[in-house]
Every structure is written in structure tokens, then in C-alpha cells.
Design a protein around this ligand. Structure first.
Ligand SMILES: Nc1ncnc2c1ncn2[C@@H]1O[C@H](COP(=O)(O)OP(=O)(O)O)[C@@H](O)[C@H]1O
Ligand SMILES: [Mg+2]
Length: 247
């Protein structure tokens, strides 16, 4: 049984078919990257996996550890261990970061039949993960993403991910808007999470991110389909030659 198995997925948004038969399989512990031109359907795929109801699946299947994900609500997917870091993270004014993470973590632990963290354990986990990503105490006191710069939002998403320890992490244009130092910090934060039992799907335009997080496989998406797959060397040739030969 594959960890994630996508077969012939067709997806419509606003009455238009965007994914036109997407097939992709990810095993436990693997890091996959999807590259492709603007508008090829990369974020659509990420949104479908996360369960965004705007995206309508018209054909095909999506299995997570053998379970039919298409029958699961976004919450159920999150509790099953799927985490999505969005291309444009939402702001939650009035919702403090600590409270947000506490609720999310306790829900997850509860669904796994594990005891909730007490206040001391919680603060300890919050502080160590924040430190690793250079996130200040002042920032932790703010509302989720409210008034954060693009780079700060990306950092905060990585922090949430490190804190919640999901089994499957989807990162959409994680590198967008990050300066080189922040990119390095965030990449380090992701690299330490790499484990035999955790898989990643990185979505990116640019080869740059893949210098910091080395994927096991790279896939090229054009017009709603994966048209070519290869190893990490593929990124270099794409950077030089572009997507033309795959169109
Ligand atoms: N929520 C949406 N409403 C309308 N159109 C959308 C929506 N999401 C994506 N699309 C359209 O689907 C196509 C693919 O978009 P997207 O998946 O964001 O591509 P990529 O991430 O590869 O740049 C684009 O033409 C985009 O305008
Ligand atoms: Mg996108």
C-alpha cells in the first residue's frame, strides 16, 4: 500500500477542468517536488489533497494510507496527519498563535487516543520549536499571521508544522517571498523533520528551494498532468532549459 496514491485525478474549479488526469504516488519517508509553469494546476492539486471544497473532483482517486481521502473532511485529513502550508497563508485576527496550536495539537492527540499536553509540556514544546526557527516570544504573542510579512507567514507555517509533527507535509511555494537567510532557516526547519515515517510534497517554481531541501523525486506538471518525473538532477536542467520540451 502506498502512503499517498493519486490516480487519474480530474478536478474542476469554477466550472473549468484544471487537473486533467493527474497520477502520482508517494511512499513513506519520501520527499517529492512538483515543478511547473504558472497556472499548470500545482496549487489546485495541493488544495484537493487538503480538502478545499472549492475544488471539485470529477474523476479519479486519492488514497492516503489506503483510506479514501475524498470521503474525509479537511479536519479528518488534518487529524489523519496531513498538513498543508499554503501559498498565501490566511490571517486569523484575534486568534493567538499559542491558543491556535494548543487546540490543534490537543485535537490531534485526542483523535489518536493520547493524553493532552499539560501547560508546562506545551510551553516547552512551543519554545523549543520557535527557537529553532528564530521566532521571537513577541511574535508568538501575536494573532495567527495578522500583519505578518510574506516571509514571516512562511516561517510561521513551518513553525506550526514543526510543532504539530504531521506525517504528510504539503508545502506550496514555501520559498516565495523569503530572503536567503529566512529560506535557509525554514529549509533547516524542514530538513530536521525528515524521517522514515514522514513524507513531503514540495511545490515550487524555482530550483532555488531544491538546493536547500533535496527531493527524492521531481515531477513536472503541465496543464493539469504530471508529464515527466525524474530525480533531483531534473531541477538543474529545468532551470537551464525551461519547460518548453515538456509542453
Ligand atoms: N479558486 C479558484 N477560482 C477560480 N480559478 C481558479 C481557482 N484556483 C485555481 N484556479 C485556476 O486554475 C488554474 C490553475 O491554478 P493553480 O492551481 O493555482 O496553478 P499553479 O499553482 O500551478 O500556478 C489557473 O488558471 C487558475 O486561475
Ligand atoms: Mg500555485
Amino acid at each position: 500500500m502506498a502512503f499517498l496514491e493519486i490516480k487519474d485525478l480530474h478536478v474542476e474549479v469554477a466550472g473549468k477542468e484544471i487537473l486533467k488526469g493527474c497520477t502520482l504516488s508517494i511512499e513513506e519517508g519520501e520527499v517529492h517536488a512538483i515543478m511547473g509553469p504558472n497556472g499548470s494546476g500545482k496549487s489546485t492539486l495541493a488544495n484537493v489533497i487538503a480538502g478545499n471544497p472549492v475544488y471539485k473532483v470529477t474523476k479519479g482517486s486519492l488514497l492516503f494510507r489506503g483510506q479514501n481521502m475524498l470521503e474525509m473532511s479537511p479536519d479528518e485529513r488534518a487529524r489523519a496527519g496531513v498538513f498543508m502550508a499554503f501559498q498565501s497563508p490566511v490571517e486569523l485576527p484575534g486568534v493567538g498563535i499559542a491558543q491556535f496550536l494548543k487546540t490543534a495539537l490537543n485535537e490531534k492527540l485526542k483523535s489518536m487516543g493520547k493524553p493532552e499536553l499539560d501547560a508546562v509540556q506545551f510551553i516547552k514544546r512551543l519554545k523549543t520549536r520557535a527557537q529553532a526557527l528564530n521566532i521571537s516570544d513577541a511574535m508568538l504573542k501575536r494573532s495567527v499571521n495578522e500583519g505578518f510579512s510574506g516571509g514571516e507567514k512562511k516561517k510561521m507555517e513551518t513553525f506550526q508544522m514543526a510543532f504539530l509533527e504531521p506525517d504528510f507535509c504539503i508545502l506550496d511555494e514555501m520559498d516565495a517571498g523569503l530572503d536567503i537567510d529566512a529560506l535557509k532557516t525554514v529549509s533547516d526547519g524542514i530538513n530536521v523533520m525528515r524521517e522514515k515515517t514522514r513524507s513531503f510534497l514540495l511545490i515550487t517554481h524555482f530550483q532555488r528551494l531544491l538546493n536547500y531541501i533535496e527531493p527524492d523525486y521531481i515531477h513536472i506538471m503541465i496543464d493539469g498532468q504530471i508529464v515527466h518525473s525524474g530525480d533531483k538532477l531534473l531541477a538543474k536542467s529545468l532551470e537551464e532549459k525551461g519547460y518548453d520540451e515538456y509542453r
